[in-house]
Design a protein around this ligand. Sequence first.
Ligand SMILES: [Ca+2]
Ligand SMILES: [Ca+2]
Ligand SMILES: [Zn+2]
Length: 892
Amino acid sequence: MNRPFVLARALAFLLLLAHCARALTVVPPERIDGLDLALPDPGECALRILAPTLLEIVRINSKAPDPDPVDSWDFVDPEGNLNLPDVSQFQVSVDGHPDAVRGAGFKRRPRYAPLAVRDLRIDNRIYLALARPIADGQAVTVTTADAALWPANITFTATADPLRYSPAVHVNEEGYMPSRPKEAMVGYYLGSLGELNIRFVGFTTFTLVDAASGAVVFHGRLMQRPDSGFTYLPRPYQGVYEADFSAFDTPGLYRLVIPGLGASLPFPITDGVAMDFARAYALGIYHQRCGAPNALPYTRFTHAACHMAAASVPLPQADFENAWKTIARDTASLDPTQTAPRLEDPASQLYPYVNQGPIDVSGGHHDAGDYSKYTIDSAQFIHYLVFAADALPGAGALDNLGIPESGDGRSDLLEEAKWEADFLCKMQDADGGFYFLVYPRDRPYENDVLPEFGDSQIVWPKNTSATAAAVAALAQAASSPLFKRQFPDAAALYLWKARLGWSFLTHAIAAHGKDGAYQKLTQYGDLFMHNDELAWAACEMFLATGDPAFERKLIEWYDPADPATRRWTWWRLFESYGCACRDYAFAVRTGRVKASQLDPAYLAKCETEIEAAGKDALAASDNSAYGTSFSAQAKRSRSAGWYFSVERAFDMTVAYQLRADPDYLDAIFSNMNYEGGSNPLNLSYITGIGSKRQRQIVSQYAQNDHRLLPPSGIPIGNIETGFMWTATYGKEIGKLSYPPDSAKSDPYPFYDRWADTFNTGTEFTIVTQARSLATLAWLAAQSPLKDQPWKAVPARIDVPRGYVQVNKPITLTCTAPGLDLTAAKIVWEIQGLDLIEGATCTFTPPAPGSYRVEAEAQWTDGRRVFAAATVSALATTGSASQRDSNGVVSGR
Ligand SMILES: [Ca+2]
Ligand SMILES: [Ca+2]
Ligand SMILES: [Zn+2]
């Protein structure tokens, strides 16, 4: 898609209205929608022909801090009532003939609200329903005499190009695989006008067209796909339709066209899609690495090795007063079965620190947006990657995900797991117990530093849930046949450490009783107390040693059929119980034990629970108009947090290995499509992918580095309840939504809720990443690209010969030896200035000085190369120079 024109029209004079903060500029609607990396500016507005009888007028505005109102289009009164100007205020003409406006609607939602500095941009949309339809090729103008809408000198114009981009057509922009299900969705939310009613306006067919020529290559019928499960009225997403083009399998670049609505974003049909997603996730996990640099050529989001200093044991208490206040803060438990004394200070620890000197706990991965490392999540991370490598056909053989260890002949998934497990080993105290986490010494979050300038850290006290999880994960890795073959020494060390940890647990239970042995630190691992972690540890110790005594403990401690082992009695396979269930069920398949060693009745229970979990996720996907596995329970309770579609598909991936039901595959792809753009916003929920890119994510790295975009490959929560309180905006942005998220009936619908803002309810963890990568690696391993060799190679930005001068445009190009970049999508970032997508980067230095320019090229199979250069612009004359990423200055 061509980069939209930035300025379609400029005002000849400034503000007409006292309350109107900025001049209005009419721009293409694609720019306001954020395509091609754009961030719309306040004052930009656009007209779109949404459907033959439906127009959309968009305006970006802003708002000063409370109690000031929005700076324009202040149509919602303090009681939440909508007061739109009368329809008679809008004059619409089609090819010069007036068309009557029969109705008008409105929706409003904050669009961008960065955390660091107030820069609030609000998306406002007015809908006009017309009496007579606009035919293809006709031109529409909209004017008004009401200066509160827009100044009289502004005329909106648009032409009904049958191939215009339609925001109502939703595709996975990364594409579809030739031999796999291919589904796109159609639907649109019109605010106070309700849903776009496609059937009412007569659209029941779709076509697939070649993106370059527009030639029709496939016809199909739209099938209604109403959502079910939301309990408020009117029911949302009843007017969503599905376009199934699974039968078309010719590779190429296409757009999906709905006659009258327009066309989707272009998308490829290619074998590379699963690998594209898998490599993005692998890159995101690489970005979480601690104790090592992030460096070219593997990423442009570089930083030096971080958190290399040894962590302290917080003793004596007097030297760590702040730390102990933080440690003690969440240790109270409401669980009556927890009988251990509350951990409040060094004296109340059931398991005092043995080692007291500084401890090397470098390595592992930052847990989430923060730089800390949580033992419970470390263990889960290892579980999912090792399980994937062992139990999901082909996943363990992948050696081409683009991480530094790709191409070394060993499993990339296991190498990522090992990076974490080697760290986890360091978290073991001399008594065999594992520290709860690694944390900054004096505050919860290192929110104002890059990782290499991170805080001094401490290890928190041990408890039995962290220890049991670590035992389980290390025993699981140690008993993986592939891991043992590729890393025999590490496998032996892990098993030895797991045994030591098990012995710690045995002594703890003997000394304090099972319930009395667990001390809560925080909510991590607190669900089901330590019972789920203990069950998982018993399971893995059994599978690693074959000793039936461990199996007896597992069966004593965990009944997969007991609803009390499910979160809230319905969420199956949650956390460590899930790990235990899964690994027991797959123990023979993964080559750990012989079938004769397993208890057939218990095995059947595990398999039944796995199948039931898969069916839950399948039903949720089927009940979603957009195919995402958002649960009925979440719909009923009207809450969404930490929701990631591909992550939720994992239980179907596992169930599919037991019973290859094609419905599972279909729903796995639906979830993947949702995350890749087939959602009401046409937004990719993975950074570094898609035409629309979120800039603000919950990431300390992203908040502190100099780049406009966050590191690539990071998942962002796909569905959110609403806005979170932030120090920059308080609750202000949450109140701006119209309709409100909290409305009892007809709230702002869930799949449409989004803003480019810092929202902790959308924060990923390494567990999210690992669960998602497991599914994606399996799909990639089933594709023809499973053996495609790939290891990142250095790329280079070339600056043209001659002088670089202020106010004179220069054009940069990117090259990578042996690679054809013409087929790649290249995103250029000029530090602090701009984002550009295209084969070349033309920019005009606004002032003398050095400009860091970075290029990130992505092929449709997810291979990426990165390059960086510094361009020096001179005030008058002089020689430009280019400094490459190694700091070598080369005159030009
Ligand atoms: Ca490898
Ligand atoms: Ca637990
Ligand atoms: Zn670090």
